[in-house]
Design a protein around this ligand. Structure first.
Ligand code: ARG
Length: 471
C-alpha cells in the first residue's frame, strides 16, 4: 500500500486494506464547503469534552489538552493558516486529525460517546441559529430604513395601482410601509424556525444513544440549546429545520423581489418616480445614457435560487430511510447558499432604499393623468345625489371618458361639461376631485390618510422594535 493510501484508510481505522480511489474521495469529501462550520464544530467539541470530563469519562488533563488544542485550531483556521486535506473528508475529521497532531493521545478520546452523525447535526443547528440571528438584525435594519423613508414621504402622493393601472391616490410612505409589515412577518417566520431548531442532537451518537454515562442536558445547556432532542434516531436523521429555514428564506426573498420589481418600474424613464444612486446602478458598455438597476434586477432573480434550494433539500430528504445516509451531506450547500443569497439581497435592498431619491413631481404628474379620484366622484354621487352605487359608477366613468377626450384631468372639466352628463351636479363636486382630499379621506384603520399613516408608523416602530433615529 502506498503511504498516501495508508493515510486515507487510517481515518476509519482497521478494516480497510486500501484507501478510496481518487474518484471516491472526490464524490465523498465535503471539506470544500463544510469548513464553513469550523467555529460551531469546535464549540460543539468543547462542550462535549467538558461533559466527558465532568462525567469522569476523560481525565481533567485530557480536557485541558483538548481545550488548548481546539483553541489553537480555531486560531489557525481563522487566520487561514490551517491546511485542509481532502483525504480527511470533512471538517470533523480535519479538526480531529489536527488535534491529534497537536496533543496526541487525548485527541483520540474526544470522540468517545459521539458520532459524526450527532456532531454534524449539532454543528448545523448551531450555525443556522447564528445565521438567523444575523438575518434578523439585517431585516430589522432594512425595516428601519424603510420606516425612515416612509416617515419622510407621508405627504408624498403617488398613484396606487391595481393591475398596474392607476387606482387611487396613496402616500408613497404608505406604499413603503407595506413592506415594513412583510419584513416583520419574515422575521417572525425566521424566529419561529429558530425556536424549533434550538434543541441539541449531541449525544445521540450514531443513531441509538450510547452506553456511556453522558449528560445530554449539560451539553445542551452549554451550547445554549433549550433541551436535548428527545429521540436519538430523530436527532441524527432530521433536517426539517433546514427545510423550514429555506422556506422562510424563500418567502422573504419573494417579498424582496416584489419591491425590487417596483424599483425597476419606478426607475424607468417612463415612470421616473425614483432615482437610484450611482452606487446601486451600472452603466452600459455601449449605450452611454444608460443607468441600469442591476442590483434590483438581481434581487428580483434571487428567489429562483432560494426556491431551488428548498426543492433540492426537500428532494434529498424525501423517501430517505432513518437514520443517517450520506445523502444528508448534500444538505449543506443549499443551506449555506440560501443564507448567503438572502443576506446579500437584504443588504443591497437596504443600500438602494437608503440612497434613492424620490421625484414627487413625476408622481404628481402620473396621478393627474390617471384620474385616481374617479372612485371619490362615484362615492360623492351616492352620498350627495342619492344615486345607487352602480349608477354612480357609470356616471363617473362617463366623466372620465369625457376628460380623456379633452385630454385633461377630471378636476379641470368645467361644471357645464359635467352637467351635460349629470345635470344635478354643482360646484361642490370639485372638492372631491382634489387628489390630496382623496388621500386624506381614506382614514380608516390601516388606510393611506397621512394622520392615520403616522399612527401606524409609530405602532410599527414599537411592534418591530425599530429605532426611529437613523444610525
Ligand atoms: N460530512 C458528513 C455530513 O456532512 C458528516 C457525517 C458523516 N457521517 C457518516 N456516518 N459518514 O453529513
Amino acid at each position: 500500500m502506498s503511504e498516501e493510501n495508508k493515510q486515507k484508510s487510517s481515518i476509519w481505522g482497521g478494516r480497510f486494506r486500501t484507501g478510496p480511489s481518487d474518484l471516491m474521495q472526490e464524490i465523498n469529501a465535503s471539506i470544500s464547503f463544510d469548513k464553513n462550520l469550523y467555529s460551531e464544530d469546535i464549540e460543539g467539541s468543547k462542550a462535549h469534552a467538558l461533559m466527558l470530563e465532568k462525567q469522569q469519562i476523560i481525565s481533567p488533563e485530557d480536557l485541558k489538552a483538548i481545550q488548548n488544542g481546539l483553541d489553537q485550531i480555531y486560531t489557525e483556521i481563522s487566520n487561514n493558516t490551517f491546511s485542509f486535506k481532502i483525504e480527511l473528508e470533512d471538517i470533523h475529521m480535519n479538526i480531529e486529525t489536527r488535534l491529534a497532531e497537536l496533543i496526541g493521545e487525548p485527541a483520540k478520546r474526544l470522540h468517545t460517546a459521539r458520532s459524526r452523525n450527532d456532531q454534524v447535526a449539532t454543528d448545523i443547528r448551531l450555525w443556522l441559529r447564528n445565521r438567523i440571528d444575523e438575518l434578523d438584525a439585517e431585516l430589522q435594519r432594512l425595516q428601519e430604513i424603510l420606516l425612515h423613508k416612509a416617515e419622510k414621504n407621508i405627504h408624498t402622493l403617488m398613484p396606487g395601482y391595481t393591475h398596474l393601472q392607476t387606482a387611487q391616490p396613496i402616500s408613497f410612505g404608505f406604499h413603503l410601509a407595506a413592506y415594513i409589515e412583510m419584513m416583520g412577518r419574515d422575521r417572525q417566520r425566521l424566529q419561529d424556525c429558530r425556536k424549533r431548531l434550538n434543541e441539541s442532537p449531541l449525544g445521540a451518537a450514531a443513531l441509538a444513544g450510547t452506553s456511556f454515562p453522558i449528560d445530554r442536558h449539560m451539553t445542551a445547556k452549554t451550547l445554549g440549546f433549550d433541551r436535548p432532542m428527545a429521540n436519538a434516531l430523530d436527532a441524527v436523521s432530521s433536517r426539517d429545520f433546514a427545510l423550514e429555514f429555506t422556506s422562510a428564506a424563500a418567502i422573504c426573498a419573494m417579498h424582496l423581489s416584489r419591491l425590487a420589481e417596483e424599483i425597476v418600474i419606478w426607475s424607468t424613464d417612463r415612470f421616473n418616480f425614483i432615482r437610484l444612486s450611482d452606487e446601486f446602478t451600472t452603466g452600459s458598455s455601449i449605450m452611454p445614457q444608460k443607468k441600469n438597476p442591476d442590483a434590483a434586477e438581481l434581487i428580483r432573480a434571487k428567489p429562483g435560487r432560494i426556491i431551488g434550494h428548498f426543492v433540492s433539500l426537500a428532494t434529498i430528504l424525501k423517501g430517505l430511510p432513518l437514520a443517517y445516509g450520506k445523502d444528508m451531506q448534500e444538505d449543506k450547500e443549499p443551506l449555506f447558499d440560501t443564507q448567503k443569497t438572502l443576506s446579500i439581497s437584504i443588504a443591497a435592498m437596504s443600500g438602494m432604499i437608503a440612497d434613492m431619491s424620490v421625484n414627487q413631481a413625476a408622481m404628481r404628474d402620473a396621478l393627474q393623468k390617471g384620474h385616481p379620484t374617479a372612485t371619490d366622484l362615484a362615492d360623492f354621487l351616492v352620498r350627495e345625489l342619492n344615486k345607487a352605487f352602480r349608477d354612480a359608477h357609470h356616471i363617473s366613468g362617463s366623466l372620465v371618458a369625457l376628460a380623456d377626450d379633452k385630454g385633461c384631468p377630471l378636476e379641470d372639466l368645467s361644471l357645464e361639461d359635467m352637467q351635460k352628463i349629470e345635470p344635478l351636479l354643482d360646484e361642490s363636486v370639485f372638492a372631491v376631485l382634489k387628489i390630496e382630499d382623496a388621500c386624506n379621506a381614506r382614514s380608516s384603520f390601516g388606510g393611506t390618510a397621512p394622520d392615520e399613516l403616522k399612527k401606524r408608523l409609530e405602532d410599527a416602530a414599537s411592534r418591530f422594535n425599530l429605532n426611529q433615529e437613523m444610525k
